[in-house]
Ligand binder design. Structure first.
Ligand code: DLZ
Length: 185
């Protein structure tokens, strides 16, 4: 599982005015800043205008899902890349943070239908985290932005008409005069 992601088959280009967001957790901030830089660069490379990328900061990775949910239901963004760094500490606390962040981000995407992608580093050491924040093992922020772009393109290319939309409501059968008379009685 470790290592670089497969190269995307194609790089979908977005329109400059379609908005994307990065939600960043401030914990381990110097490393997270590298993820934010990577995500913004990837969105820009994907054709998103500099003025159409918003970066929002939250205290820690545990808060990422709530912030992403708030942004997703605003209807403002075609995709949201969540970035954060969870480093193993001396207690199991980090496991709760990492698990809740991952599950929460997944839930937000499914509940809202907006691509909310996972740019979290979960590492045993700071060194491992730096390697995944623009070092030898890629940049998880850039990968999350690429995934958001690709999923936004995926969804917009597959908007199917719903079978219950656009149909005329069924007409009620007309009552005969005799029926109407009986009904009045
Ligand atoms: C508390 C905590 C711990 C121990 N470790 C991390 C971490 O490695 N990465 C991270 O993004 N956040 C951590 N946090 C903070 C929690 O995400 C959260 O901000 C606080 O528990 C407050 O809800």
């Amino acid at each position: 599982m470790a290592g670089r992601p497969p190269a995307p088959r194609f790089r979908p280009r977005s329109s400059p005015n379609i908005r994307f967001s990065v939600v960043a957790a401030r914990f381990n901030e110097p490393i997270v800043k590298k993820l934010v830089d990577g995500a913004v660069a990837a969105f820009t490379a994907g054709g998103v205008g500099a003025g159409a990328i918003d970066v929002h900061w939250v205290p820690g990775s545990f808060e990422l899902p709530l912030a992403a949910h708030h942004l997703a239901i605003s209807g403002r963004y075609a995709g949201i890349a969540c970035v954060g760094v969870v480093i193993r500490g001396e207690t199991p606390h980090f496991e709760h943070v990492a698990r809740e962040a991952a599950a929460g981000i997944r839930s937000v995407a499914l509940a809202t239908g907006i691509p909310v992608t996972f740019g979290l580093i979960t590492a045993l050491t700071e060194e491992q985290a730096w390697a995944r924040a623009g070092g030898d093992v890629g940049n998880r922020g850039a990968e999350a932005a690429d995934a958001a772009l690709e999923m936004a393109h995926f969804l917009s290319a597959r908007t199917f008409p719903r079978p219950d939309r656009g149909r005329r409501p069924a007409r009620r059968p007309r009552r005969s005069r005799a029926d109407a008379r009986d009904h009045k009685r």
